[in-house]
Ligand binder design. Structure first.
Ligand SMILES: Nc1nc2c(ncn2[C@@H]2O[C@H](COP(=O)(O)OP(=O)(O)O)[C@@H](O)[C@H]2O)c(=O)[nH]1
Ligand SMILES: [Mg+2]
Length: 445
């Protein structure tokens, strides 16, 4: 067991409770030194007890509860003690100071989780998931982090590594017994195995969805002036956020708000209407609108059902790509024929009556949601980069074999892929990589 560390595990500021966490060889001794149970009997592992935090002279410092968790049945797999004292910006610090005086040292960011990793309770992908869960700002991101904590990525890596090791063993056997094992036979076994690993790694990479989980999704309302973009923004948000008038060119700057649709965090942006504006301020707004549109995950093109399509509408439709969703707003007004839209999937809505808004929400959610099964979806950038590296090495060895290269040519790349996968879970990684991962953590976790 390592030296004994302590930190406040709860957030700072006004709060009912602060938890001071202690882990390491001396954890129980430190606790015994600064906590007395009300009954005077000693603490038993796993039992939460009421009592007092005492100062160095045995005097009263705070009313608290305390618990001991004996190694290996704890978060760090070391002896862990926790004091639940009163919260607030001063009190928790006072109790921590007392704990440090009793023989613990302040924990570094992420040091508790690092110990859990170093003591083999979790692997590096699970440690990263802990941080992702703490930082999650949507239900979807929290769910993805929890799946990774439960070992989704670990299992993916295990399966892929098993495949790679079997392939390396096959190649090795071919090298050792060239008379007995035909090169052809080795190749015919290797190729399907390579394809399986490629498929598996590929399915865990969905970078667009991973980005949405990390940073939320963006949806941009665009269209020519007066089609009702700002009205729709307000209707979706159910608040009078954007100014609405019948004067074209009312919205000049882009305007963004957060929205949660079925656990998915979406930033929705209203933009200036697209047209050839003379006013320099409006021109700048239109320029900003174009940039927002380029960066968006979902581009919502708003058309007006009550008048024929104009030049600007047609331009927008012409540059529409797979990120676009076409809305026909003002469906409460008599519709005019718009032959240009024949055969195009459009959603009829009315910002005025609310017609179609629920369908619009569902459509936004469906277009921005990830795959139904994302057991082993990679979300962290480090994980994604390593998986991409492993995948490209596996692909390269498959192509080399298909091009008729001898089987042992593939073994260097397969070994490289294996190492990249090991790094994902923290096997055989350099200390600096581990430092890097845990440096992003908060103190007390
Ligand atoms: N009848 C009707 N009028 C609408 C609807 N949506 C917007 N409008 C009107 O269209 C005009 C322009 O709306 P606005 O939201 O400012 O359009 P923007 O320029 O695209 O942002 C305003 O007079 C709105 O009241 C709708 O669904 N039905
Ligand atoms: Mg507007």
């Amino acid at each position: 067991m390592k030296d004994t560390i302590a930190a406040i595990a709860t957030a700072s500021g006004k709060a009912g409770i602060a938890i001071v966490r202690i882990s390491g060889e001396k954890a129980f001794r430190v606790l015994a030194d600064c906590f007395r149970t009300a009954s005077g009997t000693p603490l038993l592992p796993g039992r939460l007890r009421y009592g007092h935090v005492t100062d160095a002279d045995g005097g009263f410092l705070d009313e608290a509860m305390a618990v001991c968790m004996q190694a290996p049945n704890s978060y760090t797999r070391e002896d862990v003690a926790e004091i639940q004292c009163h919260g607030g910006s001063i009190n928790g610090e006072r109790v921590l100071k007392r704990v440090l005086e009793a023989g613990a040292r302040p924990a570094l960011p992420g040091e508790f989780t690092r110990r859990a990793f170093e003591n083999g309770r979790i692997d590096l992908s699970q440690a990263e998931a802990v941080m992702a869960l703490i930082g999650a700002d949507s239900q979807a991101a929290a769910r993805a982090a929890q799946r990774q904590m439960a070992g989704g990525v670990s299992r993916l890596v295990d399966r892929a590594c098993e495949g790679l090791l079997s392939m390396l063993a096959l190649i090795e056997a071919g090298n050792d017994y060239p008379e007995e094992i035909e090169e052809e036979a080795t190749l015919s076994q290797l190729l399907p195995m390579l394809k399986d690993v490629e498929k598996e790694l590929g399915s865990s990479l969905n970078e667009k969805w991973a980005h949405i989980l990390r940073s939320g999704a963006s949806a941009v309302l665009c269209g020519r002036p007066n089609t009702g973009k700002s009205s729709l923004m307000n209707a979706i948000l159910e608040s009078e956020r954007a100014i609405v008038t019948d004067i074209p060119g009312t919205t000049r700057d882009t305007l963004s708000e957060y929205l949660e649709i079925d656990g998915l965090r979406v930033t929705i942006t209203d933009t200036a209407g697209q047209r050839d504006a003379l006013d320099p301020v409006e021109q700048m707004g239109i320029e900003k609108a174009r940039r927002a549109e380029d960066a968006a995950d979902l581009v919502i093109i708003v058309l007006d059902a009550s008048c024929p399509l104009g030049e600007e509408d047609k331009k927008l439709l012409a540059r529409a790509d797979e990120r676009c969703l076409v809305l026909l707003n003002k469906s409460d007004l008599p519709a005019v024929p718009q032959p240009e839209l024949m055969g195009l999937p459009v959603l009829k809505v009315s910002a005025k009556t609310g017609e179609g808004l629920q369908a619009l929400r569902e459509c936004i959610r469906d277009r921005l949601s990830g795959p139904a099964s994302d057991e082993a979806l990679l979300t962290g950038e480090r994980q994604i980069a390593l998986c991409r590296e492993a995948l490209s090495l596996v692909r390269r060895s498959r192509k080399a074999l298909e091009a008729g290269c001898p089987a042992d040519i593939a073994s260097v790349d397969l070994q490289g892929a294996l190492e990249a996968l090991w790094s994902m879970v923290g096997r055989n990684v350099r200390e600096s990589v581990i430092d890097q991962v845990f440096s992003t953590f908060c103190v007390g976790k």
